[in-house]
Design a protein around this ligand. Structure first.
Ligand code: HEM
Length: 464
């Protein structure tokens, strides 16, 4: 009798859930809601979100909603709708990211709405193509210094190698030399804490700290580090060369107690997407002999017989290696972020549907870059497809959306392309590599940011 009551109760709950929450908007897109109240399709979606999107697109069409953990995520998959996604006044970036920003950097709602526009304008202004060019020489010096620490020969995981060079070099370049971890121990500690923070960022953006103890303690460690950096930036308003770092600009823009927290977000944004792409670009080049030969041909002819230890590389040198830049763009295309997001703030028309306010609108650059209309043979790493883009004039290929779009398009994109271009050219000029593992697949687990490798990829290297 007890069992029958229990089963009947479950059936009543499920039916009531469907009656209460079933779509009563006849213009809403198809909704995948699972059968468990509130959780909806969260479990299936969470197992491999990227694959879930592709299967749902094939089954339900170009616009569909996934109901998961109390949220409605409405996916927009047609290129012709991307303009609406990025430009419509009926969608909002800040409302979409405020809660994740609170969870990952502990910035209050009030502070975020007050300071985000100025913070965004500041980073955009400091990292224009013109201002990025001013950072080239210092970044080259930093890369040289940290690449030399790899020694004459060795072997390790390629992504660990990239992190150990790029973390301190980019921190020094963007936040100031005095803020980069200066000893082997502090570099190692930073790498460990930042890697935990970065790898758990997606879960950390959704869940309170109590569910993610190690992640939350790395976040606190990084926040204390940022408090120190901010103190130094407040004491010295200019750096050694008489200019200001991004952090020194930030301290004059954010005037509340969350200043170090904004610093942490800026640090995360500057490292989290660029570093996996550096790994992929190197792995794709090293695993393809023809591509490797072509890239090396350009690198050696641009750098000729420059010193192999202190290799001075200028903007002009980079311009003499367009093929290497195509390799970077192709790696970004193939391993683009899983999703970018906006919140619908007023009813939004898309195709024949009306998307209700409150929905999270989602667009996947990763899948957009697999549309054969824009990118034939989309799974192939084909640097030469970038020949058609006018990269000298900073124009990307049609259909390329890895940096998002509209007024919240990635403000670090010109810096990212320059830094990756320079890093790949320098490391290949200085070192000879052997790949010890096949190139891994991307992990299907994440929607936030560029793709992570699913398995190991070790390399052996030798100084030339
Ligand atoms: C390959 C490397 C990178 C990729 C693929 C990438 C991609 C993105 C994407 C997709 C967004 C969201 C855009 C949108 O929603 O429309 C974004 C935002 C952002 N990116 Fe990047 N990014 C990269 C590197 C960088 C770097 C190197 C920096 C800083 C130096 C940076 C700073 C930022 C910031 C600050 C935001 C937030 C903008 C805002 O709050 O409005 N990114 N990035």
């Amino acid at each position: 009798m007890d069992w029958i009551t229990l089963i009947l109760s479950v059936i009543v709950v499920v039916i009531s859930f469907h009656l209460i929450f079933a779509e009563n908007n006849p213009y809403a897109p198809p909704c995948i809601r699972g059968w468990i109240p509130w959780f909806g399709a969260a479990f299936e979606f969470g197992k491999a979100p990227l694959y879930f999107i592709a299967q749902a697109r094939a089954k339900y069409g170009p616009v569909f909603t996934v109901y998961a953990a109390g949220k409605r995520l409405t996916f927009v998959t047609l290129h012709e709708d991307f303009r609406t996604f990025f430009m419509s006044k009926d969608v909002d970036f800040e409302q979409a990211v405020q809660e994740p920003v609170y969870n990952t950097a502990s910035i209050s709602k009030g502070s975020f709405y007050k300071f985000h526009p100025a913070c965004n304008a500041l980073i955009k202004g400091r990292l224009t193509p013109g201002n990025t060019a001013l950072l080239v020489s210092d970044l080259c010096e930093e890369f040289n210094q940290h690449l030399e620490l790899l020694g004459d020969r060795g072997s390790q995981q390629l992504n660990e190698l990239v992190r150990s060079v790029m973390y301190p070099a980019v921190i020094s370049n963007l936040l100031g030399k005095c803020n980069a971890p200066g000893t082997p121990l502090s570099r190692q500690e930073f790498k460990k804490k930042f890697t935990i923070y970065d790898e758990g960022f997606e879960y950390g953006s959704q869940l309170p700290d109590i569910f993610l103890k190690e992640w939350a303690s790395s976040k606190q460690w990084l926040l204390s580090l940022l408090v120190n950096m901010v103190n130094k930036a407040e004491e010295n308003t200019y750096n050694e060369s008489g200019s200001k770092t991004l952090l020194q600009h930030l301290v004059t823009t954010i005037t509340d107690k969350f200043l170090p927290n904004y610093g942490l977000l800026m640090l995360w944004a500057s490292l989290a997407n660029a570093i996996p792409i550096t790994f992929w670009a190197l792995a794709f080049i090293l695993s393809n002999p023809t591509i490797y030969e072509t890239a090396m041909g350009q690198i050696t002819s641009a750098l000729k017989d420059k010193d192999k230890q202190k290799t001075h590389l200028s903007l002009d040198n980079l311009q003499q290696m367009p093929y290497v830049k195509w390799c970077i763009m192709e790696a970004i295309r193939l391993r683009a972020p899983g999703a970018v997001t906006r919140r619908v703030v007023r009813p939004l028309r898309l195709q024949n549907y009306i998307i209700p306010p409150g929905d999270m609108l989602m667009m996947s650059p990763y899948w957009a870059h697999r549309n054969t209309k824009y990118f034939p043979e989309p799974e192939e790493f084909k640097p030469e497809r970038w020949e058609k883009a006018d990269l000298v004039k900073n124009v990307f290929l049609d259909g390329f959306v890895a940096f998002g779009g509209g007024k919240n398009q990635c403000p670090g994109r010109w810096y990212a392309i320059m830094e990756l271009h320079m890093f790949v050219a320098l490391i290949l000029y200085k070192y000879e590599f052997t790949l010890l593992d096949p190139v891994p697949n991307p992990s299907p687990l994440h929607l936030v940011g560029t793709q992570q490798p699913e398995g190991p990829c070790s390399v052996q290297y030798r100084h030339r």
